[in-house]
Design a protein around this ligand. Structure first.
Ligand code: DQA
Length: 154
């Protein structure tokens, strides 16, 4: 039985488990656990149920997004990391599952190497938040909750 409050999930792709200890000048000093803890606090204040998933493996990310569909997750924050720029398979999964999602990046992908400027998933995202470090997730959560709230009223 589904609870009445929004159930959202944060999906993180490869190498994001190293956040806080890889290229800190680009990705920031906070670890993924610290970013998730801050998000959890924000979610509690917003009365949203938030859970987290991280994997370095493309197929596992696909399986998790499919599970989100079967368990009726209302919305996603998605940082596919390098798979953003390469994975038609994950694009197909997000297309098939049709769960509203915000695309997140810690860094500003448009100010970096050219190959990072292309994302397979942006065209089907509600929007993209890129370049605010750990706060990208925070702004993404606020945008997603706002969007789902407005949709519920219409
Ligand atoms: C990233 C940007 C990607 O280009 C990169 O491959 C990552 C992280 C970000 O959050 O800034 O691993 O998605």
């Amino acid at each position: 039985m589904k609870s009445s409050c929004l159930e959202l999930k944060v999906i993180n792709g490869p190498n994001l488990n190293l956040t806080g200890s890889r290229q800190n000048e680009i990705y920031g000093d906070f670890t993924l656990s610290q970013i998730n803890a801050n998000l959890t606090n924000l979610a509690i204040n917003m009365q949203v149920e938030l859970s987290f998933y991280q994997s370095n493996i493309e197929g596992d990310l696909i399986n998790e997004i499919q599970r989100c569909k079967t368990s009726n997750i209302d919305g996603l924050l998605v940082n596919l990391a390098a798979y953003t720029h390469t994975s038609i398979a994950l694009y197909d999964t997000l297309l098939a599952c049709n769960i509203p999602f915000v695309e997140i990046h810690l860094s500003n992908i448009f100010s970096r190497e050219k190959f990072r400027s292309h994302s397979y998933i942006s065209k089907i995202a509600l929007g993209v938040i890129s370049g605010f470090g750990g706060n990208s997730y925070k702004y993404g959560l606020m945008a997603l909750v706002d969007y789902l709230g407005q949709k519920a009223q219409s």
